[in-house]
Write a protein that binds this ligand. Structure first.
Ligand code: NAP
Length: 304
């Protein structure tokens, strides 16, 4: 079958595109890699998405978004896109489970957490190293952990962990958080959170599993050992654009170049949500991008 719209990525952007596409009468297939929600599903509490006065768990919101799109006929396949032919009228996506064809493609693959780039970081992943506090936090109940980073993710992670762990070190390379003031204020009131300012994690300790980290003060060069059972890395993200990078223009960090219309330089191909060059990456802006992409996909199809 040749679909009107292939959506790559089952995050808020992908589901919004699928909802708008389906509602406009397009046949839509969404390819998701693992499970619904993308990065959003790793967030414990989202309280800046309108309509949920008490806040909502990221995975629960993902399931609701999926159901909203399914109401308008969305079909979903679990598949990892490994290559794409995007130039012709019929676009082809190759995946680990076969190939799919569509007249338009919405790339909504989002972004993934960045690594610190330390020796043995990958070896210790899942053995004390984590990139998702809400996924792994419960394994550290009553334990001492460190969080690296100073943005909203690091702050949200530290807050979440403060309710589970005995003690949290928040290691940040500056002398204040980049995170929103509401987070900073809440964290400052947490008795079990200790800030380690102007510092970075410079080495991982432990054999087979993480037993501690070395942190280095950027200004004095002084080194300190922190005995921790876990290190949660929250130092930003990188775009999931590898499968399309060759076919489409990206900026120097790998974000696919597209303006507010989400159109790429290839007709019928749209880049939307966190994977696109844009100023603000939030659930609400990802959802907006999905709607815009579906709108211009529909316009493109109607001109054919
Ligand atoms: P971010 O805003 O890019 O912050 C990354 C943080 O990590 C910064 O504090 C940065 O330091 C630090 N950092 C970067 N590279 C580092 C390295 N190699 N070593 C040590 N520290 C490093 O990323 P984010 O916190 O993941 O947030 C991404 C987007 O998602 C933002 O738009 C954010 O607002 C949004 N978000 C929102 C919520 C919410 O509102 N509920 C929750 C999570 C994320 P510097 O400060 O020195 O640059």
């Amino acid at each position: 079958m040749i679909y009107d719209m292939l959506v790559v990525g089952g995050g808020p952007c992908g589901y919004a595109a699928a909802l708008y596409g389906g509602r406009a009468g397009l046949s839509v297939l969404l390819l998701e890699k693992l499970s619904p929600g993308g990065q959003m599903a790793t967030t414990d509490m989202i309280d800046n998405y309108p309509g949920f006065p008490e806040g909502i768990n990221g995975f629960d919101l993902a399931m609701l978004m999926k159901q909203s799109a399914e109401r308008f006929g969305l079909r979903t396949e679990t598949a990892d896109v490994t290559g794409a032919e995007l130039e012709g009228d019929i676009k082809v996506l190759r995946t680990d489970g076969g190939k799919y064809e569509g007249r338009t493609v919405v790339i909504a693959t989002g972004a993934s957490p960045k690594e610190l780039g330390l020796e043995r970081e990958r070896e210790l992943r899942g053995r004390g190293m984590s990139y998702c506090a809400t996924c792994d936090g419960m394994f550290y109940r009553g334990k001492t952990v460190a969080v690296a980073g100073g943005g909203d993710t690091a702050a949200a992670d530290a807050l979440y962990l403060s309710r589970i762990c005995e003690k949290i070190y928040l290691v940040h390379r500056r002398d204040s958080l980049r995170a929103a003031k509401t987070y900073a204020d809440k964290l400052a009131a947490c008795k079990n959170v200790e800030f380690v300012w102007n510092s970075g994690v410079t080495a991982l300790r432990g054999e087979g599993k993480l037993e501690g980290v070395e942190v280095t003060d950027k200004n004095s060069g002084e080194k300190r050992e922190l005995a921790v059972d876990g290190l949660f890395v929250a130092v930003g993200s990188r775009p999931n654009s590898e499968s399309f990078g060759g076919a489409l223009k990206t900026d120097e960090r790998g974000y696919i170049c597209a303006d507010e219309t989400t159109r790429t330089e290839l007709p019928g191909v749209f880049a939307a949500g966190d994977v696109r060059t844009k100023a603000l990456r939030q659930v609400v802006t990802a959802v907006a991008d999905g709607a815009v992409a579906a709108h211009f996909a529909e316009e493109y199809l109607s001109m054919k």
